[in-house]
Design a protein around this ligand. Sequence first.
Ligand code: GLU
Length: 308
Amino acid sequence: MSAGRYAPSPSGDLHLGNLRTALLSWLFAASTGRPLLLRFEDLDAGRTIPGSAERQFKDLRAIGITFSGEPLWQSQRQHHYEAAVAQLREAGLVYECFCTRREIQDAPRAPHAPPGAYPGTCRDLGDAERRQRRQQRPPALRLKAEAGEYRVADLLLGEVTGLVDDLVLVRNDGTAAYNLAVVVDDHLTGVDQVVRGDDLASSTPRQVYLRGLLYGQQTAESVQYAHVPLVLNRQGQRLAKRDGAVTLGQLSELGQSPEQVRDELLASLGLPRGPLEQSVETFDPSRLPKQPWVFSPASQKRGPSESI
Ligand code: GLU
């Protein structure tokens, strides 16, 4: 099995940065003969906005992005995450963690501990102490990782070296954590090509390490990664809703058709305007821009009736 995927969080409408990444996922998959799967990462109930997955799907289709099969919803896949945790637990690789964010921040660290790493506070708690801590706070579950650092190859960034600490597998409200859900879903759906924004590059070493523990190192290391440059606003920050007309719906109110938006995204990638299919043959990842695309929302730069 071999597949690519696009995995948005349904926390609002997709903006141009999201759409541009989706378009690249489609091109990477199509140009390598892979089906492209759609997975909604809707585990975080606090961030999920009802109806937004459906709108995201519609917008993706409107700019020509098609998917294989039905979309997957992480909220319906709890049993798969539980099975993975059980497998790790059996291997002695899971422990309960009672730390609050604050406690982690304030914990004493070894002099050469990598910044941001979990300091291991709860790793060796005794049974009695664990029982007592459970009365005060439900535990999160962490992975007992032995890697420190891990290196992975990326089609666009070259080599990505990053921290692998005792990452959270299950949050203390019982929800599977992002890294666990991604690894389990990608593996079980045959995903061996991951295209996403380069703000997620630093999670990749953790995910490859965890996928190796669960499903074998060879499988984990055969996954292709491409972390694509983000779209930024004129202040150099990641594009966001507050930057004006940045979603397909908002742009359509300014008179811009989905095809015009698609063409502007393609042009920003140095690709020919027009239906995506016509870029498949000549798509060459090594010629993609390495720098973020700085976008000035149409409302700030042009009148409503002009094309973007
Ligand atoms: N859900 C994440 C996002 O919308 C993407 C996660 C991934 O591609 O691994 O940014």
